[in-house]
Design a protein around this ligand. Structure first.
Ligand SMILES: Nc1nc2c(ncn2[C@@H]2O[C@H](COP(=O)(O)OP(=O)(O)OP(=O)(O)O)[C@@H](O)[C@H]2O)c(=O)[nH]1
Ligand SMILES: [Mg+2]
Length: 429
């Protein structure tokens, strides 16, 4: 998968049974485009309780495919598992390409006939690790694709709003994604750490496109057990970087943890707009025997995560679907906010007004000259001052808030870069 796509998408690990969900990516060449879907290995599930889930994801992947790549391990030789897969694929109407992977040496090629006897025609020989044979395989895929795809017709909207769903394990990220997708798109279970790869899923809201990214639940660094978890984490942080808006999910019955604080700090560091989602209100109400105290939780979370006090809070039940679709509307509103224009005259008018509150301290007088917007997503402003050091901390936050209010973007981050104004020496002779 990673070799065909040309970047690291699926988690790669020597352990069998790493992939659980269906991980899909659009692959484009000059001549055509297709969606490539990576699935778990048939019969290779590491967690017995998830076996059925993984198999049903494979099932859906097969059902919806135009072409199936039947990958065998060229190093290992033909194993009973290959026959099992072959028996499963044979009755289907799908086109199947046999691919012998891990063929790092010339002599291995001779052994390919043992799989060709399975009845899927000539095998493509490759080494995904070394990159050998990839070009030939891409060619074969191109020839085998249905006509309609030959002209790069796979619908792909780079402008779609991308949002990453992040949070602690078991907070309900995958459940929410399934609600939004209206199908069992990703695996949900009460086993913590169910999701491993970052899974992209296209959605639509009032005719507009969105791309949701389900991510692995984040754990404390110290308790990360093995490499798979470590990769899962880096996929989660990468997903934050890739997204326009982050949805940070919490189980409202839990205390805010160190993990949440670290995650939140990362979103702040990346200047991402964040929606804080209090999930599982259905359970909170059942257990509490009455309506959930929304205001109290709102206060609690803002006090625990000071960097995101401007972020909106949404309460919902991913399981029952309460409030889930309303959140999509909010995502678009957040994106609008973070793409606001800040015309220079208006911006400087606001900065002039803000000057009143600047106070001298310890003999230093903070002076503010003028500013200009230099970016969107995140909203970024350069402000020229006498001494950038004086504008760290409170003044920075104060000015950010003024700009948020003035430009009606109260719920998203505004980055201010303070620069020292170079002295202009006028030559007035
Ligand atoms: N009652 C109730 N249960 C929920 C809700 N959301 C999720 N759950 C349950 O919580 C458990 C974990 O849900 P998942 O969606 O797998 O959680 P996740 O955040 O994707 O977890 P990881 O992939 O392990 O990080 C499952 O048993 C869900 O059924 C909710 O709103 N209400
Ligand atoms: Mg999950």
């Amino acid at each position: 998968m990673n070799r065909l796509v040309g970047r690291r998408v699926s988690i790669v690990e020597p352990t069998a049974g790493v992939t659980r969900d269906r991980v899909s990516v659009v692959v484009r060449t000059d001549d055509y485009a297709f969606e490539l879907v990576d699935t778990g290995g048939l019969g290779l599930v590491d967690e017995v309780l998830l076996k059925e889930h993984v198999e049903s994801q494979i099932h859906v992947a097969i059902d919806t495919a135009d072409l199936i790549l039947f990958l065998v391990d060229g190093k290992e030789g033909r194993v009973p598992g290959d026959d099992m897969v072959a028996n499963r694929l044979r009755p289907l109407q799908h086109k199947v390409l046999l691919v012998a992977n891990k063929m790092e040496s010339y002599y291995d090629e001779i052994a390919v006939s043992q799989w060709e006897r399975l009845g899927f025609g000539e095998a493509s020989v490759m080494s995904a690790k070394e990159g050998f044979g990839v070009y030939d395989l891409m060619e074969r895929i191109g020839h085998a694709l249905p006509e309609a795809m030959a002209a790069a017709t796979v619908d792909h909207d780079d402008d779609a709003l991308r949002f990453a769903i992040v949070g602690k394990r078991n907070s309900g990220k995958s459940t929410m994604l399934n609600r939004l997708a209206k199908e069992e798109r990703v695996i949900v279970s009460d086993i913590p750490g169910t999701t491993r790869d970052a899974v992209d899923v296209e959605l639509e809201y009032e005719g507009k496109k969105l791309l949701a990214i389900d991510t692995a639940g984040v754990r404390k660094k110290a308790s990360v057990g093995h490499a798979i978890e470590l990769f899962a984490h880096s996929r989660a942080t990468e997903s934050i970087r890739r997204s326009h808006v982050c949805v940070h999910m919490f189980d409202v019955r839990d205390k805010i943890s160190q993990v949440d604080k670290a995650l939140s700090a990362y979103c702040v560091e990346q200047s991402k707009p964040v929606i804080l989602v209090g999930n599982k209100i259905d359970l909170a109400e059942k257990e509490g025997g009455g309506p959930f105290d929304i205001e109290k939780w709102d206060k609690y979370i803002k006090q625990q995560l000071p960097g995101v006090d401007h972020a909106p809070v949404v309460f919902l039940s991913a399981l029952e679907g309460t409030n889930v679709h309303e959140m999509l509307g909010l995502l678009f509103e957040m994106r609008d906010q973070t793409t606001r224009d800040m015309p220079t005259p208006k911006l400087n008018d606001e900065l002039q007004r803000a000057k009143e509150k600047l106070m001298p301290s310890g003999g230093n007088i903070p002076k503010l000259f003028y500013g200009t917007q230099v970016g969107k997503e995140p909203l970024t402003v350069i402000v020229f001052v006498n001494d950038p050091k004086l504008f760290k901390g409170p003044y920075n936050r104060y000015l950010e808030q003024r700009l948020r209010d003035r430009f009606d973007c109260q719920e998203v981050p505004v980055r201010i870069i303070f620069k020292r104004r170079e002295k202009v020496i006028l030559n007035d002779r």
